[in-house]
Write a protein that binds this ligand. Structure first.
Ligand code: LP5
Ligand code: MN
Length: 242
């Protein structure tokens, strides 16, 4: 019995090394698991479920193949694929989860999330996030032709990149108070998230008891997988070369 967690792959047609590692993972490793959780930022950027490029279809077919083999696949949106929606899920058989969800991991309750909402010191990002998560704006955006959306995203991305380059690493990390607040709110002692690209297992103690926060790694230089069984939790890497 194994449950796998991945996040922050940032898949794009420009990075065939990441895509190849992902395809190997999906075909050789994931079929042996009970469930796969993708905790956001699967894509470098997902413009919308109307993406019909060969690349988008290749990724869809990998998920479809996996879910058809009987593996349950769950998806939490990241800050780069918050526009991935119901259509993609229907086409692939994956299940879209709420931004913050609790799951039962072999008898232990855990809260899972992408992790961007924990970075409360990053005030400009949180403001930006609130804007792009406005339901009316997303409703409108989804109705724009794909090629025009692509141009809008490229334009917004360049402005966003400039702002990010001025931020400190501390500002872009999680806020410990927010972590503890979310864990208390969901009454869990285990949290799993990605986003910060700082893979680690953090242990700390507070009034609620012994807490564990597992941070998933990104896929820039290698694959990164959290394997959980009833006995253990292990952050592992996968090389890009087969
Ligand atoms: O992912 P990572 O680590 O590189 O950076 C994130 C934060 N950045 C983002 C930005 C997205 O990756 C790119 C978004 C393009 C969006 C196009 C939207 C099209 C409209 C859709 C409408 C439904 O998420 C980064 C964090 C970092 O994580 C660490 O936490 O710091 O945040 C930023 O850099 C954001 C800036 O601080 C905000 C700049 C505001 C620019 C104003 C743009 C106007 C928005 C108008 C929207 C239509
Ligand atoms: Mn992210």
């Amino acid at each position: 019995m194994t449950t796998l967690f991945i996040s922050d792959l940032h898949l794009s047609p420009a990075r065939s090394d990441i895509t190849e590692c992902f395809v190997r993972f999906m075909r050789d490793e994931a079929p042996h698991a009970d469930a796969l959780y993708v905790l956001g930022d699967l894509f470098e950027f997902w413009i919308g479920d109307d993406d019909q490029t060969p690349f988008a279809n290749q990724i869809r077919s990998e998920f479809k193949r996996l879910t058809e083999s009987g593996v349950a696949v769950y998806f939490v949106q990241g800050n780069r694929d918050f526009l991935l929606g119901k259509r993609f899920c229907k086409q692939t058989g994956i299940t879209l989860l709420a931004d913050v969800t609790t799951i039962d991991l072999y008898g232990r309750k855990a809260v899972i999330l992408h992790g961007d909402t924990l970075c409360t010191d990053d005030v400009s990002y949180q403001k930006f996030r609130r804007t792009v998560h406005q339901p009316w704006l997303q409703w409108l955006f989804k109705r724009i032709p794909w090629m025009i959306k692509k141009r809008i995203v490229a334009k917004v991305q360049s402005g966003v990149r400039d702002d990010k380059s001025h931020k400190s690493l501390e500002i872009m990390d999680v806020n410990q108070e927010e972590v503890e607040k979310v864990m208390a709110q969901y009454q869990v002692t285990l949290m799993i998230h990605g986003h910060t690209h700082r893979p680690n297992v953090h242990h700390f103690e507070n009034a609620q008891g012994q807490m564990t926060r597992i941070v998933l790694g990104d896929w820039y230089q290698q694959g990164s997988v959290l394997r959980v069984t009833a006995e253990r939790c292990e952050l592992q890497t996968r090389p890009f070369t087969a």
